[in-house]
Design a protein around this ligand. Structure first.
Ligand SMILES: Nc1ncnc2c1ncn2[C@@H]1O[C@H](COP(=O)(O)OP(=O)(O)OP(=O)(O)O)[C@@H](O)[C@H]1O
Length: 342
């Protein structure tokens, strides 16, 4: 199937980019987002979207201004509005850049009334995220962290239209269509873990274990994604019975008899949605221990400083700490912090 048909099929199946939506396309200039922009442009007449382009200049590379200028020209060629964000003194770290990017894309979307942000994440990114999280000891949610779409904030969604398309396919698409790409020198830098997975680990696995390793891992991911969706559906059903939204607390008596996997799933959701931060296995286990402890027992501080504690039949969180005078930019709620490649 061609990339165009594949994206079209994905959009129909997921129903995440309805006709007449205002869509902000995040473009770095690399082959994936370049492919994404061209595909959405070609599909636009059929879906009647209003497209705009956003570029985030991290200010790290010596060519970052020219890169931004290049995207501006692209936007002019396609005839779409262009939104540029420039970072000031952003630390040269993957996580900081990702966090800033999502924050700024959401800000642009809210300001200009875009309902959906699209990124050029591909099936190859999903494989890399999977491998990355595998040796961090992640659960199912971390392994399938790159969802095809997710809600961000205030009616803005994030969609990844190239979810089923692999990186070799985006490369071939750009070549066939004669699309110019802005080379990103940092993709060669093996100090970044994601580059090592892409350039060293996957070729090694291909050579020594399975020439089709990417395809096989995508199959595993498909199985895991369906299972994760099952858990989410299950949790949505049980949540109203064990969660008290008035007091924002979880009923211990109702949670304790549930199987271990279900307890962990519920507590992960409870903590992440209230703390608005990623929590790891140790945090969840600390809170789970409270199921069998007496009134007043509490955990050590959790990410963000709040603690979980026992109040009779209920698991509660201590009040949120005051925001420091110069807060670091929090990631938008709904963005999965477990994903190293988000
Ligand atoms: N500087 C940026 N400005 C705007 N969007 C960005 C920027 N960097 C990344 N993105 C968005 O996030 C997606 C994933 O970026 P990432 O750098 O993780 O992967 P990539 O495979 O190198 O993507 P690309 O080939 O598009 O550069 C990009 O396809 C793009 O949609």
């Amino acid at each position: 199937m061609t990339v165009l048909r594949q994206v079209q099929a994905f959009l129909r199946q997921e129903n995440v980019l309805p006709p007449q939506t205002r869509v902000l396309v995040a473009v770095s200039g690399g082959q994936d987002s370049r492919c994404l922009l061209d595909v959405l442009h070609r599909l636009q007449p059929r879906w009647d979207w209003t497209l705009g382009i956003a570029h985030c200049d991290h200010g790290w590379r010596t060519d970052s201004r020219e890169n931004a200028h290049y995207i501006q020209n692209l936007a002019a060629q396609y005839g779409y509005p262009y939104h540029l964000a420039q970072a000031q003194n952003l630390p040269s770290q993957e996580a900081a850049a990702r966090q800033w990017r999502y924050h700024i894309l959401l800000k642009i979307a809210l300001q200009y009334n875009y309902k959906i942000i699209t990124t050029g994440h591909t099936a190859s990114d999903r494989v890399e995220t999977f491998l990355f999280n595998l040796w961090r000891g992640s659960g199912l949610a971390g392994l399938v962290a790159l969802a095809p779409s997710r809600a961000l904030k205030a009616g803005v969604g994030l969609v990844r239209p190239l979810w089923t398309v692999t990186r070799p396919q985006t490369a071939a698409y750009c070549q066939e269509r004669g699309l110019t790409i802005w080379p990103d020198g940092t993709n060669e830098n093996l100090d970044y873990r994601r580059n090592r997975i892409r350039r060293e680990l996957l070729p090694y696995l291909r050579q020594h274990f399975n020439p089709q390793v990417e395809r096989q891992l995508l199959q595993t991911l498909e199985i895991f994604t369906a299972e994760q969706q099952f858990w989410q559906g299950w949790r949505q059903g049980v949540w109203p019975q064990i969660y008290d939204p008035q007091q924002q607390r979880v009923n211990r008596q109702k949670l304790a008899p549930l199987p271990l996997a279900l307890q962990r799933h519920v507590l992960r959701f409870f903590l992440q949605s209230h703390l608005q931060r990623a929590v790891n296995f140790q945090h969840i286990e600390q809170v789970r221990r409270l199921l069998t402890l007496g009134n007043g027992a509490q955990t050590a501080p959790l990410p963000g400083g709040q603690r979980a504690l026992v109040r009779g039949d209920w698991l509660c969180l201590t009040p949120a700490l005051p925001v420091p005078p110069n807060p670091t930019i929090p990631p938008p709620p709904g963005f999965d912090l477990d994903s190293p490649l988000g």
